[in-house]
Design a protein around this ligand. Structure first.
Ligand SMILES: [Fe+2]
Ligand SMILES: [Fe+2]
Length: 248
């Protein structure tokens, strides 16, 4: 199978996607993270523990651990928080920003004095940019927050906009448009089964919020990154999921 874009990829001047793409039952599965390399560098999600060696190598080829000021955790699932402790240890000046409360038995203990809770729609200042927590329309943990960077226009969608890919690539532009959109629909339908019960008008408001933002790229933990005209098209694909399946 042809291998395409699989290493750290600068998707905007100060934003680097850190992909981990592995063969799956059908095609390839993604467990991605991201680094914002601005004045106050931010690690966005920390991947899975099983990828620790590669993850630390790739992330810290992009940013020096001592320079990292923020670690944004979209939610505390192990494929996002898997290297959180290591990252906090390696980056002594980083503050953890997350909407996820500590949950007993999850192994996720926000370090005292180094954690800032963030509500949906709340922003924080990262030196040369304002980062805003924007909950994606589809998620598998209610405390999930995506992250919008107003300077680059990149939106980190956490689990939303995931998609299995027939080739190992981090760039949705390598896939035919319709194949990509259908893969996003299929992933989203499995991710948030409750989308079936949602009133399309209510669900639509969450999608409208994204559609109204100036987004140049949507990066997902579990799929290739959408840029260019794929941004609006993939938001439209997710919008179409509301009410698509029968309740029950
Ligand atoms: Fe998740
Ligand atoms: Fe995930």
């Amino acid at each position: 199978m042809e291998t395409q874009l699989t290493g750290p990829w600068r998707i905007a001047p100060d934003v680097v996607l850190v992909p981990v793409i592995e063969p799956a039952a059908a095609g390839y599965a993604h467990v991605n993270s991201m680094v914002i390399t601005g004045r106050e560098p931010v690690i966005v999600d920390t991947g899975a523990a099983e990828h620790r060696e590669r993850w630390t190598e790739d992330v810290f080829s992009v940013v020096e651990p001592r320079d990292v000021r923020w670690i944004f955790l979209s939610h505390d699932d192990p494929d996002h928080a898997g290297n959180l402790e290591v990252a906090l240890e390696m980056c002594p000046d980083a503050t953890l920003v997350t909407g996820s409360p500590p949950r007993p038995g999850r192994g996720f203990v926000p370090p005292p004095g180094r954690t800032r809770r963030i509500a949906d729609d709340e922003s924080f200042d990262a030196g040369d940019r304002r980062l805003t927590a924007v909950r994606p329309p589809l998620y598998d943990a209610p405390a999930t927050r995506g992250l919008y960077d107003d300077r680059s226009g990149v939106y980190w969608a956490a689990d939303c906009f995931g998609a299995g890919t027939p080739v190992a690539t981090a760039d949705a532009g390598d896939l035919p448009m319709e194949d990509y959109l259908e893969a996003v629909r299929a992933f989203g339908a499995g991710l948030s089964p409750w989308h079936r019960w949602l009133d399309p008008r209510i669900f639509g408001r969450h999608v409208d919020r994204l559609a109204a933002m100036e987004i140049i790229a949507i990066a997902s933990a579990h799929g290739p990154t959408a840029t260019g005209d794929r941004v609006a098209r993939v938001i439209g694909a997710v919008r179409g999921l509301a009410g698509r399946s029968d309740p029950g």
